[in-house]
Design a protein around this ligand. Sequence first.
Ligand SMILES: [Fe+2]
Ligand SMILES: [Fe+2]
Length: 181
Amino acid sequence: MLDGLHQEHINMARLLDVLREKLFAIRSEKPVRYHLLRDVLSYLSEASDRQHHPKEDVIYDYYLKYRCQDPDMPTQLLEEHQRLIIAGAELRELVEMILMDAVIPLDQMAAKLEQFIVLQQRHLDYEEKEVFPLLRQSLTEDDWRHIEQSWHNSGAEDPLFGHQVAERYRDLFERLRHNHD
Ligand SMILES: [Fe+2]
Ligand SMILES: [Fe+2]
């Protein structure tokens, strides 16, 4: 289960790289394909807010209830997942407005995007460097069995990194495959 989540972190890190390029392009006033930016954000909300984080929440709930020694960890994890959802939604709204030709100051767009990237990256790092090692250390096979029983897999395939790429993520998929804009 952790290996799967770790792989999802690697995928998310690749998408963050795409966002960083977009940020750089906006700041250097180069043309930006905003629909790709929108696709990255909608993928993150679809896959990460609705699949990845709920899966983590099941593990964290168990861990925090039975094994955790750090009093700050529960609030931090919960808050970060919440904040990512809100920051992602705000940014998506801004990008949608740009796609509809609304006039949005570019520095406002860049600042929001940068905030979002920093938030995502910090959360990934926190989980990879602090939370996951603790889970690996302290959860037994028995614990994992309990956790897996309480996770009801929706069976939904990953629409971007799964076996079949959904039509709506074709462009983004090609972009990741060729690694240039
Ligand atoms: Fe998370
Ligand atoms: Fe995560």
